[in-house]
Design a protein around this ligand. Structure first.
Ligand SMILES: *[C@@H]1O[C@H](CO)[C@@H](O)[C@H](O)[C@H]1NC(C)=O
Ligand SMILES: *[C@@H]1O[C@H](CO)[C@@H](O)[C@H](O)[C@H]1NC(C)=O
Ligand SMILES: *[C@@H]1O[C@H](CO)[C@@H](O)[C@H](O)[C@H]1NC(C)=O
Ligand SMILES: *[C@@H]1O[C@H](CO)[C@@H](O)[C@H](O)[C@H]1NC(C)=O
Length: 485
């Protein structure tokens, strides 16, 4: 009898544990040339969108605002991005002193990873390409370690960008490169000491051909051939805008040249921005999506479309209206229909050769432009940095997943023809899945407001299964325990 009660108690405990269960996407690792789901071993190609509503002004630390600070806004955008079919967003400027739990948890629930830039455009919050020596100081490191602390516990944090477009011409290719490696080393040492898991750290490059290949060669190599060299990039992002308009092809856009340039890469290479907006005034057809995820480009790891919201630079997939509603642009519809055509089996398939590639040893022979740094003597951490790395920053704000209670988007959203999207909601994914294109057409078509874009009954059913499945496991576990007693 006593053991029976004991068993019942355990069963109750198991059920309670289960009710509080928060699903989480699997952490992503770098293996050779690929990003890989650390649990399933499947390849993770980035099917992504750059996300910085408000542009630089979307980062307002004085009023506690950044692109991931408002759960209601994230719910709205996560619902649309999930329907679009993306599995990752890149966010450029975040404040390490504010809480991102709701937004991170919402994106996690719909299987969307986050790649976070640790820098900001504010003074002292990035390496100054004109004066790297002076900008590399302990105050700067304190900020970027704060970003690590804030995001490290979210399972859907995919990676950090240590720097963005610092080496932009031959003039900026001399002094900054060793500093980019220094910042990567410090971030990775900090992560090794203060995070439960490894988090990839890398660089995002401008597509300036005179320095592009050298930037990659400089950052991916291992100093003294040491594979554990912490100053190496774990991945290389490339901001690429060469595929423009309806008539561009793999060859005319020069994608063949890029594939050739990076085919030997020993780290993942992907487009950290793409989506040329020329010719002006025409919705982007996004034909490059078929090339980027097709058989010719499997040596690259996909990319992120620039960018979610319409800003001054005219690259948006959606308009964010003053009344907090969203109206999709035709660009959104086009991108969604391109994603829906992808061969997800190919996108997720692994390649034993690619995942086993190891880095070349750094040497001046890897660098072709005479103006580019050949200096692999990486600057030591600045005064005070060793203690900061060993002891951790003072009063870090550590994010954590929280329960996502609300799934329905409270404000209206409109398709590209102006018709309201019915029943817009996030659909939490079962089984810790990451998101994939799912055949949705979000913009309602035709002249009625028929429920064209509402989540289908089966999708809702699937989402429901997540918790029922969890209960089932708990009940089963409880019964096993009962039997054992
Ligand atoms: C979040 O954004 C919504 C929509 O813009 C707004 O109504 C709300 O006040 C914001 N919440 C906070 C805490 O700023
Ligand atoms: C790729 O590697 C091969 C063999 O190691 C080498 O011959 C070739 O030059 C490399 N290509 C590039 C673009 O680095
Ligand atoms: C919000 O603003 C948009 C764009 O101006 C407009 O089309 C829409 O009707 C407005 N919605 C509401 C609920 O006010
Ligand atoms: C596997 O990856 C290697 C290295 O990138 C590449 O040379 C090879 O063509 C790939 N194989 C397939 C089947 O894609």
């Amino acid at each position: 009898m006593r053991s029976f009660l004991h068993g019942v108690a355990l069963l109750v405990v198991a059920l309670v544990v289960c009710v509080q269960y928060v699903g989480a996407v699997h952490p992503v690792e770098v293996r050779g040339q690929d990003f890989v789901d650390s649990v399933t071993g499947k390849r993770v190609m980035l099917i992504g969108v750059d996300y910085q509503p408000g542009g630089q002004a979307g980062y307002k630390p004085t009023s506690g605002q950044d692109p991931l600070s408002n759960g209601t806004v994230c719910l709205r955008d996560a619902a649309l991005l999930q329907g679009l079919g993306v599995n990752v967003i890149r966010v450029y400027n975040v404040d390490p002193t504010i809480n991102h739990d709701e937004c991170a948890s919402i994106f996690n629930a719909v299987g969307i990873y986050m790649v976070i830039d640790v820098n900001s455009p504010f003074g002292g919050e990035s390496i100054n390409r004109a004066n790297p020596v002076e900008s590399y100081h302990v105050g700067y490191l304190n900020r970027i370690f704060g970003v690590v602390e804030n995001f490290k516990n979210y399972p859907n944090l995919m990676a950090f960008f240590a720097a963005n477009e610092v080496i932009n011409d031959v003039g900026t290719a001399k002094k900054p490169p060793p500093y980019i490696r220094a910042v990567q080393r410090d971030l990775k040492n900090y992560i090794a000491k203060h995070s439960k898991r490894t988090i990839p750290v890398g660089y995002s490059a401008a597509d300036v051909r005179e320095v592009l290949e050298d930037s990659w060669a400089y950052l991916q190599c291992a100093i003294d051939g040491d594979e554990n060299d912490q100053s190496r990039s774990d991945f290389f992002g490339l901001n690429s805008y060469s595929w423009c308009g309806e008539d561009a092809t793999y060859q005319t856009a020069g994608y063949d040249v890029l594939v050739n340039m990076f085919k030997n890469s020993t780290i993942p290479v992907f487009f950290s921005e793409y989506g040329c907006n020329k010719p002006e005034g025409v919705a982007r057809p996004f034909n490059e999506v078929q090339a980027l995820y097709g058989v010719d480009m499997t040596s690259l790891s996909g990319g992120l479309v620039y960018e979610y919201s319409q800003e001054e630079s005219d690259y948006g997939l959606v308009y964010i209206n003053d009344n907090t509603t969203v109206t999709l642009k035709k660009d959104f519809d086009n991108l969604q229909s391109q994603y829906n055509k992808l061969d997800i089996g190919l996108v997720q398939s692994t390649n034993a050769t690619a995942t086993k590639l190891t880095p070349p040893e750094c040497s001046s022979a890897l660098i072709s432009n005479s103006g580019f740094s050949k200096d692999f003597d990486i600057p030591s951490p600045p005064e005070g940095a060793e203690d900061l790395i060993n002891d951790g920053i003072k009063s870090p704000l550590n994010g954590k997943l929280v329960e996502v209670k609300e799934t329905n988007v409270p404000m209206p959203a409109y398709g590209s023809t102006g018709i309201q999207i019915q029943n817009l909601a996030i659909r939490p994914l079962p089984n810790d899945d990451s998101n994939t294109p799912n055949g949705d057409t979000t913009s309602p078509t035709g002249s009625t407001t028929a429920a064209a874009a509402s989540p289908s009954a089966t999708k809702k059913g699937d989402a429901g299964k997540a918790s029922i499945g969890g209960f089932g496991v708990a009940i089963f576990a409880g019964l096993v325990i009962l039997t054992m007693l």
